[in-house]
Each structure stands twice: as C-alpha cells, then as structure tokens.
Design a protein around this ligand. Structure first.
Ligand SMILES: *Cc1c(COP(=O)(O)O)cnc(C)c1O
Length: 381
C-alpha cells in the first residue's frame, strides 16, 4: 500500500481542471479584457441561469459575498433576528453579523442533516419578528425544502438558500438555489466546480439582482462623477475568473456523476459494517454528493479521530463534520433550537460521530480500494 505512486496525496476534494477553462481565459487575455467585468462574466451568469433554471444571476467574488448581499437585499437590518442552520460552515452565518443582525441557530433533523422544520416552527413561536431564514444543503443533500418554505410563507419571511455545496442537486426535479427568494452558489477551490474563488447570487427577482450588482460595484449612483448615496462593496467577479467558471460548468454533470459514484462505492463497501452509516440523501431529491461522509454508531469502540488518523498516516485527507455554530465560541450567546426540543442536539451528535471521507473525483479505483480497506481495517474488517 505504501507504494501508491510515491505515496501521492489523496485529497478530500481538490480542483479538477479540464483545459477548456483556458480557452475562455485566453479569450479574456487576447482581448485584454482581464478586468473587471466583461463578456465572460455576462456569459457565465447566463449559463448558470440556463443550467439551473434561475431567472437572474450576479457573479460575485465569493459565495460569502453572495450570502451577504442576499441578507442585505432581504431587508435585514441592525438588531433583526435571522434563523440559520447550526450544522454548517460559518460562512452561512457570518454575513448576518456583517449587517449587525443576530443569528439564531436551528438544529438539523436526522433524515437530511439540514434545518429541522419542527425546530424552525418553535423558533418562530419565540421570535415571531424574525426577518429571514437561511437554509443550507449540506454536503449536497437538499433539505425538506417544501416544509421549510411553507413555514417561511406562513410567517411571511424570505427563504434564502445557501446552495454553496449543492450546485446541480435537485429537489422534486428543481435545482437547489432556485426555489427561495435568493439562492447562492460557491465556486471556491474545493466545491463541485471552481473558478479558483467566486460565487453567484441568483433570484427570480430581476430588480433585486440589479440591486445586488449595484452594491457589488461600490454602490455608485448613475452620474458621470463618482456619486454615492449608500455604502457599497467591491464584490464583483473578474472576467478572467468567470472564464474558468465557464469551462468548469461544461463538466458539472460529469463531476456530479463521479461524486455520486464515490458515494455509492463507499455505501456498498461499508454495508456489512453495522457501526457505519453514510450521510443521508433526501428521497425527494437527487444530491450532487459533493462530499461523502460517514457516522459511527454510538457505543462503537472506533472514533472518527481513529479513522482520520489512519487515513492521514497514509497521506489521505479527510476531515471532521462542520462543527455546529451553537458550539462555536463566537456564537456562544446566540439562541439555539434543538430538533426535538430537548437538551441534546442532532447536529452535536452528527459532529461528534462523523467525518468526511476523501471525495476527490480524481481518485482512481485503486485509490478508492485503499481508502476503503484502511477504513474497514479500523473496524477490524
Ligand atoms: C463554501 C461555503 C460557503 C462560502 O463560499 P465561499 O465561496 O468560500 O465564500 C458558504 N456556505 C457553505 C455551506 C459553504 O460550504
């Protein structure tokens, strides 16, 4: 096993570049259109809309910037409450604080690892004045979106979809990110497609996307001179970056097929080990399977650290499940609603018992064999 091509590193999820990206980037160089906006940006926005069925899109320099503008355009103001998932990456929640609003965290439910509708309902009972809900589709698995959106409609607040990890995933046939008031995608280096770094804000509200473009380019009023009536940001994607994205988008379906094959492979390979459960997939959706994760049954003598250590010894990258926001020092004082209303949280349990397995689409069948045999070995199989 040590001889794997000089012990090459096996990644969790690294960029997979195909060559077509260079065609679009070269075009940008050849026309000296390297910055700022330009034809690649317009085309990338159009192509994301065509792929996802979104009405309008604004290409931005990160997914985090897209979430920030979604929060702002949803009308969230200083002191407002915004409901956000606990089990996620901090980038889902930080933009709420950029606007001086207060995130209140909602536990996940066990069937999708995403926002628990029953916990959300309870949160609205305590905070009927809440201004918005941001949901996430963790590791590519869609949430119980209909139930969450019904609750939002009842309380008349916008539903924002953090689809950073779920580009290409569907829920009841529709693309995640296109169902709520706003959707956001990320093209960070480890996501299912990448622009090296970047993001997209999508919405069926064309005027809102126009506003997003305005705020993303320093909130410059329509005037010949530099005139500003509001505070803006420098959030736009560059024409070079967008070129990478256009080339990547041509391979999104292929990436999804490979990611799903990785998930299926793990699921089958661990089927006989009762202590292992793979991350859930929503039966109402088709996940892009961005990362394959497993949890270890309570009472097992194996811990996630033991599995991660074994893989690391063989130069294989794995990582813990996102540490829930309600357990983060920075959000210590923020309120939190558990799934069943009791003391224990589902997100805490998933965090403690789980890990993300190497899910890089460049891993070969032999790489997969080796990862699987190492993990099985930790369980004495
Ligand atoms: C990656 C990610 C983001 C942030 O995207 P960036 O493009 O890195 O800013 C937001 N939310 C989730 C759930 C993510 O995984």
């Amino acid at each position: 096993m040590e001889n794997r091509e000089q012990n090459k590193r096996i990644y969790l999820s690294s960029p997979t570049i195909h060559g077509e990206e260079q065609r679009f980037v070269k075009e940008a160089f050849d026309t000296n259109w390297v910055a700022p906006l330009g034809p690649n940006v317009d085309a990338f926005e159009r192509e994301i809309c065509e792929y996802t069925g979104a009405g309008y899109a604004a290409a931005l320099d990160s997914g985090t910037a897209a979430i920030h503008l979604a929060v702002k355009l949803a009308g969230v103001k200083e002191g407002d409450i915004v409901f956000a998932p606990s089990l996620t990456f901090s980038a889902t929640c930080n933009p709420i604080v950029y606007e001086k609003a207060v995130p209140v965290f909602i536990d996940c439910e066990p069937d999708t690892w995403n926002m628990s509708p029953q916990a959300l309902e309870r949160a609205f009972q305590k905070y009927p004045q809440a201004k918005a809900v941001i949901a996430v589709y963790l590791y590519g698995t869609p949430a119980r979106i209909d139930e969450l959106m019904e609750i939002c409609a009842k309380h008349q607040v916008p539903y924002i979809e953090d689809a950073a990890e779920s580009l290409g995933s569907r829920y009841k046939g529709k693309q995640t990110g296109t169902l709520g008031k706003f959707g956001i995608y990320s093209f960070n280096g480890n996501k299912i497609i990448t622009t090296s770094g970047g993001g997209m804000l999508v919405s069926s509200d064309g005027e809102a996307i126009e506003r997003a473009r305005f705020f993303a380019t320093q909130a410059r009023d329509k005037a010949r001179h530099y005139q500003h009536s509001q505070i803006g940001y420098n959030y736009r994607m560059s024409n070079v970056t967008a070129g990478i994205g256009r080339g990547q988008l041509l391979h999104l379906d292929e990436h999804i097929a490979l990611k799903r094959a990785i998930y299926d492979r793990y699921k089958e390979a661990f089927a006989d080990i009762e202590e292992i459960t793979m991350n859930p997939l929503n039966p109402d959706g088709e996940a892009n399977c961005w990362l394959s994760c497993m949890t270890i049954r309570e009472g097992s003598s194996v811990t996630p650290d033991m599995v991660m250590d074994r893989l690391a010894e063989h130069n294989m990258e794995s990582r813990p499940i996102w540490k829930p926001m309600h357990l983060q020092p920075v959000f210590e004082k923020n309120d939190f609603f558990t799934h069943d209303g009791g003391k224990d949280s589902v997100s805490g349990r998933v965090f403690e018992s789980g890990l993300c397995l190497p899910s890089d689409i460049k891993n070969t069948q032999e790489d997969m064999d080796q990862i699987i045999s190492l993990v099985r070995g930790v369980f004495g199989k």
